[in-house]
Design a protein around this ligand. Structure first.
Ligand SMILES: Nc1ncnc2c1ncn2[C@@H]1O[C@H](COP(=O)(O)OP(=O)(O)O)[C@@H](O)[C@H]1O
Ligand SMILES: [Mg+2]
Length: 600
């Protein structure tokens, strides 16, 4: 059995391997050039700063002709030029070209995962935290993997070069360097963990601040904020409060960080090495006469470099641990298991299908059921309507029918087969839906309809969908037609649509899809009565061959439905045709009574 500690260490190691492996997979050239550059940099430094100086001092001390000095200097000058060329090539070409490739690869993995995770994750604060942190840490994680590679190969090069030089010159010096190295390890370990805690503490506050900031610049909130001065003021106060809290946090932690850093860097390592070591070297030179003053200079200089080598090696562990912790967030996000389990065993039916809920109960939280024992059946090509007051659970039922969530109890069937037996993606592709809170994207009209790569010949189908949804009139006024960019987010001349126009476009999206089943969640709420009338007529036309479930609180649209279900507090309380429900004299009849004046 592995202990918990061993498991953690294993995981941290594997996280580092994961991120470095990703770097090599995304751009092998980059991986190799990082290593070459790390070795080159340190090797050239060693040759120039130690060997070159040593040779020159040696020439002078042993009284060799000064011409020799010129040769040595000339030789190293050439080496330097060659090295600068290699370094330049790496910095200006390889790095600029390859680093974005690696960063993009990791982000793509995250976005792809975010697109696949269960929608229930979006109700979950922790998920949001993880996702935000993962995305914001992605570039950093890649940079860290590069840095880690550089540390490993640079550190080993330094140790090999200087280690050999010291072993030949003076073994005792190595002990001095080792002493400060031990102390440094201890402290940097401590420091890294401390920094991670700071980030963790900051994160919820930062998220809140981001939210408040967003409210002030997003278009959707602008009107509300102007109309509700009180809300705007309290948001300002909240913003100030969070800033104050962050400031206090930084102030509190900053002082401790400073002292930890200072102790680690100066008192524990530089002081020990610099002062004591230089005394040792001078004593050795003066008393024993074993060292020339030139030797003192070269060893002292090199000691600082050897220390840097040990330092680098000592930092690798903590740095890898810290990287492992950052990458852990990203990896655990990427590894998140879906609660919506995909077991494909059945083929999706070809045409319109029959939908049935049997004893379906569901709650977003375990102990608060939103839907209770729902039983309903919509036969193939039937037009069903779901009515009920706000908050009754209508949208929730649609989400279950789309398998965005699985029921807590009971099951949903398509053509008699539990929908859990279909491939999730195929199943969702089979259904056309217009949500109450549908979203249009800052992209061209066509892209908003097709919602996929635009393949050849899409125009005909897109235009047909636009015609049916009633968006054609507006489309004809757009300068760029189907290619018209929407919103001013990216384009100066992007078009902003009205609520009703947006809704028509969203409906066109559902029409474009070759769906067997269509759900419409209050598709006409933002339309004027005439547009609504037209939409209903078009709907009947297009949906003739499809199974349709529409939600509407305007009962004029449900009047012709084959079957109407009334949802109250999560239960189906009435069902039947318009005429049946009216004669029953229940909730539906009462709702009709209220609206009848307008639609009779
Ligand atoms: N993601 C969610 N997490 C928790 N509760 C939710 C969530 N979405 C909706 N609810 C709650 O479920 C109830 C039903 O909502 P909904 O299905 O949207 O009602 P309707 O569409 O009938 O107006 C409401 O009380 C709402 O607050
Ligand atoms: Mg709703």
């Amino acid at each position: 059995m592995k202990t918990k500690k061993e498991k953690r260490a294993g995981r941290i190691l594997s996280n580092n391997c994961f991120i470095i492996g990703l770097l090599f997979r995304a751009s092998p050239l980059y991986g190799v050039s990082i290593i070459v550059e790390a070795v080159r940099h340190n090797l050239v430094n060693f040759l120039e700063q130690t060997i070159c100086v040593y040779l020159i001092l040696d020439v002078i001390e042993t009284g060799k002709p000064y011409r020799t000095v010129l040769y040595v200097v000339g030789l190293f000058l050439l080496l330097d030029i060659a090295a600068a060329a290699v370094s330049n090539l790496y910095e200006q070409r390889t790095k600029l070209k390859c680093l974005p490739i690696v960063q993009k690869k990791l982000k793509e993995m995250l976005y792809e995962k975010a697109g696949r995770v269960d929608i229930s994750c979006y109700d979950n604060v922790e998920y949001y935290n993880d996702f935000m942190l993962s995305v914001s840490e992605a570039d950093r994680a890649v940079n860290r993997s590069e840095q880690l590679l550089r540390m490993c190969f640079g550190g080993v090069t330094v140790l090999l070069c200087y280690g050999t030089f010291f072993a030949v010159q003076d073994m005792v010096s190595i002990l001095f360097v080792l002493a400060s190295f031990g102390l440094r390890t201890l402290f940097s370990n401590f420091l890294n963990r401390w920094r991670y805690i700071i980030r963790q503490t900051e994160n919820p506050l930062e998220r809140k601040r981001e939210y408040v900031k967003r409210i002030f610049y997003l278009r959707q909130y602008a009107k509300e904020l102007r109309l509700n001065k009180e809300a705007s003021r309290s948001m300002h106060e909240e913003f100030d409060r969070i800033n104050e809290e962050l400031y206090l946090l930084h102030k509190k932690m900053g002082r401790k960080s400073f002292w930890l850093d200072f102790t680690a860097k100066y008192l524990m390592s530089d002081f020990a090495l610099d002062i004591i070591y230089v005394l040792y070297l001078i004593l050795k030179a003066v008393l024993g006469g074993m060292l020339s003053l030139g030797g003192v200079v070269v060893l002292y200089n090199s000691a600082a470099n050897l220390r840097r080598g040990f330092g680098t090696m000592a930092d690798i562990g903590p740095y890898a641990i810290e990287t492992g912790l950052y990458v852990e967030k990203i990896r655990s996000f990427l590894e998140k298991e879906s609660a919506i389990i995909n077991i494909k065993s059945c083929e999706i039916p070809g045409g319109a299908g029959e939908l049935e809920c049997r004893g379906v109960s569901f709650g977003y939280q375990k102990d608060a059921l939103i839907l209770k024992n729902i039983n309903l059946k919509i036969r193939a090509k039937e037009k069903a309507a779901l009515v009920g007051y706000n908050g009754a659970g209508k949208t929730t039922l649609i989400k279950l029918l789309l398998r965005l969530y699985d029921p807590t109890e009971g099951a949903i069937f398509l053509d008699g087969v539990d929908i859990r037996n279909y491939d999730v993606a195929e199943y969702r592709r089979y259904i056309g839906v217009v949500f109450q809170d549908f979203q249009l994207f800052a992209a061209a009209v066509a892209e908003n309809i097709v919602m996929d790569r635009l393949t050849k010949g899409y125009e005909t189908a897109a235009l047909a969908a636009v015609r049916k949804s009633g968006f054609l009139e507006k489309l004809q006024t757009l300068p760029n037609g189907l290619n018209q960019e929407l919103t001013k987010e990216f384009y100066e001349d992007g078009v902003e649509l009205s609520g009703g126009e947006e809704q028509k476009l969203a409906v066109a999206r559902a029409f474009y899809k070759e769906a067997g089943v269509v759900f419409l969640d209050e598709p006409s709420s933002a339309l004027d009565p005439l547009a609504e009338y037209r939409l209903n007529r078009a709907m009947k036309e297009v949906a003739r061959e499809k199974t349709l479930l529409s939600i509407s609180h305007r009962l004029s649209t449900t009047r012709d439905a084959d079957i109407i279900y009334v949802l109250e507090n999560g239960r189906i309380t009435e069902q039947g045709t318009h005429a049946e429900l009216l004669s029953r004299g229940g909730v539906y009849a009462a709702m009709w009574e209220v609206q009848a004046g307008r639609y009779a």
